[in-house]
Design a protein around this ligand. Structure first.
Ligand SMILES: Cc1ncc(COP(=O)(O)O)c(C=O)c1O
Length: 441
């Protein structure tokens, strides 16, 4: 067993380059820390010594307030499928903003978007809009509880579905809540089947992301998703798919790619075309618990649900999100992945890449360890790769996350490729490999 160690001075060298390139960001973040905890307002994206402060985005690039240009491979946490300031979305938003931003009643664009989603996603007969993935996940659980009359949810350990506390069980060392939230092990269908056998009569919904992305990227072994779907059905529970991120795997989302037929699916992130948006969709008979004509409808409010601007941005972004777009993103990702692995191999640097389609988790490690229970920290060598990549003009997630947008091509793709290879060289030069003699005996 070997351990990858980064001597303090080697880390310091790369951190110094980062600091030298980002003095304005350093000053702005010092201001930010006086008014926001640690200077931030969301969990994902924070890293030491401080994250840079962005000034603008232009297609595949993000530009910080020190005028450094980065190829953006993480796109606001996978919420920009066509990169920054996508011209068709900007034009549509500029025109729509003259008419206002949102109303108590529907817009034609809201109805058109609902139609488009029901056309594209096979499992959608009815939709409800929210403002984020977290909200749509929360609504999915409420609807499932109301539709089945059951109280509990079954989800995967480490499965991230946003910041609703019932769906945070199994993260941050939060244990099961008997009668309310149960846990299975992602990739092990039997562990879900056992939970359904033991608690099936109380389980309203089995909630799964088809490929776990946050924390540590993990793909499911063949048959896992279908087996869990089947077991959920057999127990009378709803099978709920979190497609906030993995809608990107096919025009009709991950259910199309994996041959699934979820009862409910929730969306967020890039479905809003860069604007805040969440969606819950599913079978009419289930979604009908929200029908105000029912005797006891489930009330669901939200001042900005389906607002004009989010719907306009979403319509345009989804029109450009085609099978050809997906195929191109996936081809470019495969090329990048192969180049990273080949270069790491030539450098003698252990590198593991997980993922599918246009997403990757890139880990400098012999075996990617589970993320830290509280912070999604995948370990110092991967964090150093992220920092080194920044110094070479590439923005990946601090936990090794990469997800290409449709506009990372041509020169931007070359810059990403060259920058990541240089970052690998920096990390290889920084790292010492320590062999644990006891375990190698
Ligand atoms: C799989 C998954 N579901 C849900 C969410 C929550 O989405 P939001 O940040 O829009 O609340 C996230 C956010 O990262 C996510 O990765």
């Amino acid at each position: 067993m070997t351990e990858l160690v980064i001597p303090v001075d080697a880390w310091g060298r790369i951190e110094n380059i980062y600091r030298q390139r980002t003095p304005r960001s350093a000053a702005a973040m010092a201001r930010a820390r006086r008014v926001m905890v640690r200077g931030i307002t969301r969990g994902w994206g924070y890293h030491r010594p401080y994250p840079m402060v962005a000034h603008r985005g232009e297609g595949p690039y993000l530009i910080d307030i020190d005028d450094n240009r980065y190829v953006d491979l993480v796109n606001n946490g996978l919420s920009l499928i066509h990169g920054h300031a996508f011209p068709p979305v900007v034009e549509a938003l500029q025109a729509a903003a003259q008419r206002g931003s949102g109303w108590l009643v529907a817009s034609e664009e809201q109805i058109a978007l609902a139609e488009m989603l029901c056309d594209r996603i096979a499992a959608f007969e009815r939709v409800r809009f929210t403002n984020s993935g977290t909200e749509s996940g929360m609504l999915a659980v409420k609807v499932a509880r109301a539709a089945t009359g059951r109280p509990a949810v079954l989800k995967a350990i480490d499965g991230f579905h946003g910041s609703y506390d019932d769906l945070e069980v199994g993260l941050y060392e939060r244990p099961e809540i008997p009668g309310r939230v149960y846990l299975g092990r992602f990739g092990e269908a039997a562990s879900f089947e056992q939970q359904l056998e033991a608690h099936g009569e109380s389980i309203a919904a089995v909630v799964l992301e088809p490929l776990m992305f946050s924390g540590l990227v993990r793909t499911a072994p063949a048959g896992f998703l279908l087996r869990v779907q089947e077991a959920a059905r057999a127990a009378g529970a709803l099978f709920v798919l979190d497609d906030c991120l993995m809608l990107r795997l096919a025009p009709g989302g991950s259910a199309e790619r994996y041959g699934l037929a979820p009862d409910l699916t929730f969306l967020g992130k890039f479905v809003g075309g860069g604007m805040p948006m969440g969606v819950l969709g599913g079978r009419a008979e289930i979604m009908d618990v929200l029908d105000p004509h029912r005797e006891r409808p489930l009330y669901h409010g939200g001042s900005f649900n389906g607002n004009l601007l989010s719907c306009v941005a979403s319509l345009v972004a989804l029109e450009h999100f085609t099978a050809e777009t997906i195929e191109a993103m996936e081809r470019r990702t495969a090329t990048l992945r192969a180049a990273l692995l080949a270069h790491a191999n030539a450098l003698g640097l252990p590198l593991r890449i997980a993922g599918e389609g246009s997403v990757m988790g890139v880990y400098v490690a012999e075996e990617p360890r589970g993320h830290d229970a509280y912070t999604f920290d995948v370990g110092p060598p991967t964090r150093l790769l992220h920092l080194a990549a920044l110094t070479h003009g590439v923005l990946m997630g601090p936990g090794g996350e990469i997800a290409l947008s449709s506009v990372v091509s041509g020169q931007a793709l070359e810059r990403a490729h060259d920058g990541l290879l240089q970052a690998l060289e920096d990390v290889a030069a920084a790292i010492c490999v320590k062999t644990d003699k006891r375990s190698s005996m």
